[in-house]
Design a protein around this ligand. Structure first.
Ligand code: ADP
Length: 497
């Protein structure tokens, strides 16, 4: 495999900043690629928390005020965990004004998101070309989601046979990055017909479409999602664009960082265990039952939900399913850690008041509590209307918590339903339900709890999930092949502004 210089650009990278799965992938995939012998350089916004958490930061370039947003700096240092080189785009007017990564403190979207991530894309492109104090000119730039969708276009505009190749990974088609077409000049973007062709989406500009249109290679995070996004049900209006570029598209399953998510060594859980000796898991369960005011009962089936409280995650259906889930047997317990839509947050909190000792609701975001709940749980109550890959079910299986999922996107690729055949063959790792309905979800939960009551079968099911290899090794090789293909692409014409 050739030695390559890969710049990796994302809006969030763990542990500098995280709101969801993208941050985990943007941390662990580059580390796996670096382990295969390539040079990797990370680029992300200089949020306040990122400046706090990155190590050894020095100013490597000053940024002039080109978009009317004030000047800034490029800060270069290392990630605190993997030690990978990292540049933070420090534009205080855009990235250090309080609130969340994409939302204000009150949960509303930041209206200047297109401007914020256009600025990131301009700086990332200049760095990829070897400017702004970059350590090298990149062979390839790996862009992620709508926030970096303009980078492939900007690289095409920079042109030349020797320009860096672009790889665009879609982690979620639902987030499109839309803005009015007439704001493009203000964002420093030319508007020739060729460019508008690749940007226009029902009268607006779509950064997601730009990435899909202009990138040399497209990837997404599971083989099943790569098929799904070519259909109207999952393509969010861009299925035609995706299908027209299917020859450049590949689905590569996300991995997880198995040293961070490690039941036999994580410092974030109170007892350790493995698939051979799950004894410590009972201790983890008791710890959560005590801490979260649930009845302390080692036999009680403890069901957990960890994730965003949104329509995508079927949190609305879940809210109406929990009472039926609990009604069936008096010892069933349910714990939720999540945040999202305000009415759903309120609805779950109300639920907890109706089921004292049986339901515990934590509204908020806590990496540590997520580890403890994965370690404590018996059953992960998952369920998505669409799910590009999903990491939560992978963490759950690694921690011996058996997932109940709807087999869409990566959930279909990663969880094997406990059918009679799969149980007999020892390949079952969880439970599927087809319809995005309360009845279907409830039936799958009941199926899971009834097998939970049969310890011999349950131990095999749990063990099969714990023993599945979800590490990055194989997928990182898949990405290296994509980088090679992109770098070896035939010469093309430079796009005219
Ligand atoms: P998505 O990226 O769509 O939110 P994934 O399953 O791919 O879904 O990844 C979600 C990640 O975010 C997982 O690491 C999950 O544990 C974590 N997560 C989501 N919500 C919370 C929360 N409230 N507290 C802690 N971790 C959370």
């Amino acid at each position: 495999m050739l030695h390559r210089r890969i710049q990796f650009v994302a809006s969030e990278i763990y542990p500098m900043a995280k709101t969801g799965g993208l941050a985990d992938v943007a941390a662990s995939l580059p580390a796996a690629v670096a382990a295969l012998g390539s040079d990797v350089h990370l680029v992300m916004p200089g949020y306040e928390e990122a400046l706090d958490r990155a190590e050894g930061l020095v100013t490597s370039a000053m940024l002039p005020d080109v978009l009317g947003i004030g000047g800034g700096r490029v800060l270069t240092g290392r990630t605190p965990d993997s030690g990978l080189p990292l540049s933070l785009v420090d534009l205080p007017g855009l990235f250090r004004d309080g609130g969340g990564l994409y939302c204000h403190a009150d949960g509303t979207d930041r209206p200047n998101n297109p401007l914020r991530f256009t600025a990131l894309s301009h700086v990332a492109t200049a760095l990829a070309l070897g400017g702004l104090g970059a350590p090298w000119k990149a062979d390839a730039v790996h862009c992620n989601d709508w926030h970096t969708g303009l980078v492939p276009l900007l690289l095409r505009l920079a042109g030349g046979a020797a320009r860096p190749a672009s790889i665009y990974t879609v982690h979620n088609m639902a987030f499109q990055g839309l803005c009015p077409l007439d704001s493009l000049p203000l964002l420093g973007l030319p508007t020739s017909p060729e460019i508008l062709n690749g940007l226009e989406f029902y009268g607006q500009a779509s950064f997601l479409k730009a990435g899909l249109w202009f990138a040399d290679r497209i990837t997404t995070v599971s083989p099943n999602y790569a098929r799904e996004i070519q259909t109207p049900e999952f393509g969010f209006g861009l299925e035609g664009v995706v299908a027209s570029r299917a020859d450049r598209l590949v689905g590569i399953l996300n991995g997880i960082d198995t040293s961070l998510w490690n039941p036999s060594g994580s410092p974030l859980i109170p007892a350790h265990y493995s698939s051979r000796d799950v004894g410590g898991k009972a201790h983890c369960k008791m710890d959560v039952q005590k801490a979260m005011n649930l009845a302390v009962d080692p036999e009680a089936p403890l069901m957990v939900f960890i994730g965003r409280l949104t329509w995508q995650k079927m949190a609305d259906v879940l809210l109406h399913t929990v009472p039926d889930m609990l009604a069936r047997e008096p010892d069933r317990q349910f714990v939720l850690l999540g945040q999202g839509d305000k009415p759903l947050e309120q609805g779950f909190q109300d639920l907890a008041r109706h089921f004292p000792g049986r339901v515990s609701i934590q509204i908020g975001y806590s990496e540590g509590l997520a580890h403890r709940l994965h370690a404590a749980g018996d059953i992960l109550i998952h369920g998505s209307r669409f799910e590009p890959c999903g990491l939560t079910q992978l963490y759950a299986m690694r921690y011996g918590t058996v997932p109940v999922v709807r087999p869409v996107g990566g959930l279909a690729d990663t969880v094997v339903d406990a059918s009679d055949d799969a149980l007999d063959g020892g390949t079952a790792t969880g439970f599927h339900f087809a319809e995005a309905s309360r009845e279907a979800k409830l039936a799958a939960v009941n199926r899971a709890v009834s097998l939970y009551r049969r310890p011999e079968i349950w131990h095999r099911l749990r063990r099969a999930g714990m023993d599945t290899d979800f590490g990055w090794q194989r997928s990182a090789r898949g990405y290296m092949a994509v980088y090679e293909g992109a770098c070896a692409r035939p010469a093309e014409q430079t796009i005219r502004p």
